[in-house]
Design a binder for this molecule. Structure first.
Ligand SMILES: Nc1ncnc2c1ncn2[C@@H]1O[C@H](COP(=O)(O)OP(=O)(O)OP(=O)(O)O)[C@@H](O)[C@H]1O
Ligand SMILES: [Mg+2]
Ligand SMILES: [Zn+2]
Length: 297
């Protein structure tokens, strides 16, 4: 029952029969995984709001700040991390039952996309999802990490549940755009993490506004500030606003995350600020103040 993924010469995943998921959530110890100091999940209610973009940029920004970072792509339906990091090789085995993560821009990374390249989807059943998440946590040779960032698929489904049941998360980031539909779904994501007793690192507003390249006016495409208001309403920390910036999209599609330009790049500043805020919150949670509730100034 152990070998859900095994790399064969054809590079295809082998799926073994499922086991039922464990009932209880593991307790938060000093390290959620041996050698890993903090695990931060990035989720949202709605699809396409920038989870992967922010997870990838957060991971690379933390690595550029000198931290040891891993990125686990838990979006098994639409793994976009390989594209956004510009990596897509077949990982090597490290010993009999362990897999070596790939590395990009100083970040160790694993994705179903590495095991199943191309456009053919794997049709997953619930218990298989649970197994692949567990294996990505336990059977990847992550080594020592300061932070592991987990990119979740959209919604409040099986994968998030499997993750929470498999490992004690340090906290979760909920990504939303300021639009009402995104916020409605983001509230569900906040509620889901609360029900699963996962601390909320906070809510981040992505595609918050757009600076016109011609007249430099800021345009509130999706009604800026909505996520911050929502965060306050739910007493969840607000982690910052990230503008809608074509350079962010271009950098992502090109496999060179925008934060590589450094924190002084106008295209990356807000993401570095977000990363700093995340670190401060994670330190707070680890220090035992992690109720996900903030003082509202
Ligand atoms: N701040 C931003 N400025 C410009 N484009 C952005 C920004 N954030 C994300 N994008 C773009 O929006 C698209 C969707 O982003 P992304 O894939 O990160 O969202 P997602 O929430 O992970 O989606 P899914 O739910 O499908 O996993 C991508 O093309 C990405 O480059
Ligand atoms: Mg994504
Ligand atoms: Zn203009």
């Amino acid at each position: 029952m152990v070998a859900l993924f095994l790399l064969s010469s054809t590079g295809v995943t082998h799926l073994s029969s499922p086991i039922p998921p464990p009932a209880a959530r593991p307790a938060l110890g000093p390290q959620p995984l041996p050698g890993v100091d903090a695990i931060i999940a990035v989720g949202s209610g709605k699809g396409g709001v920038g989870k992967t973009t922010l997870a990838v940029n957060l991971a690379v920004a933390l690595a550029k700040m000198g931290h040891k970072v891993g990125l686990l792509d838990a979006d098994v339906y639409g793994p976009n991390v390989p594209l956004m990091l510009g990596v897509n090789q077949q990982p090597r085995m490290a010993g009999e039952n362990r897999i070596e993560p790939l590395e990009a821009f100083g970040v160790k990374v694993i994705s179903v996309g590495f095991l199943n390249p191309g456009d053919k989807p794997i049709i997953w059943r619930g218990p298989m999802l649970h197994q692949i998440v567990k294996q990505f946590l336990a059977q990847v040779a992550w080594g020592n990490l300061d932070y592991m960032v987990v990119d979740l698929p959209p919604g409040t489904g099986d994968i998030a549940l499997s993750l929470v049941q498999s490992v004690p998360l340090t906290g979760a980031i909920v990504v939303s755009t300021p639009s009402d539909v995104s916020l409605q779904d983001a509230r569900k994501a906040v509620e889901m993490f609360r029900q699963m007793k996962v601390d909320l690192v906070g809510v981040v507003e992505n595609m918050s506004y757009f600076v016109c390249p011609h007249c430099h006016h800021e345009i509130d495409i999706f009604s800026r500030g909505g996520a911050e208001t929502m965060a306050k309403h739910f007493a969840v920390p607000f982690l910052g606003s990230i503008e809608l910036d074509p350079e962010v999209r271009k950098a992502g599609d090109g496999g060179k995350p925008v934060v590589l330009a450094g924190e002084n790049s106008p295209h990356a500043t807000s993401i570095y600020q977000f990363a700093q805020t995340v670190l401060a919150r994670v330190a707070e949670i680890k220090g035992g103040e992690g109720t996900g509730v903030i003082q509202i100034q």
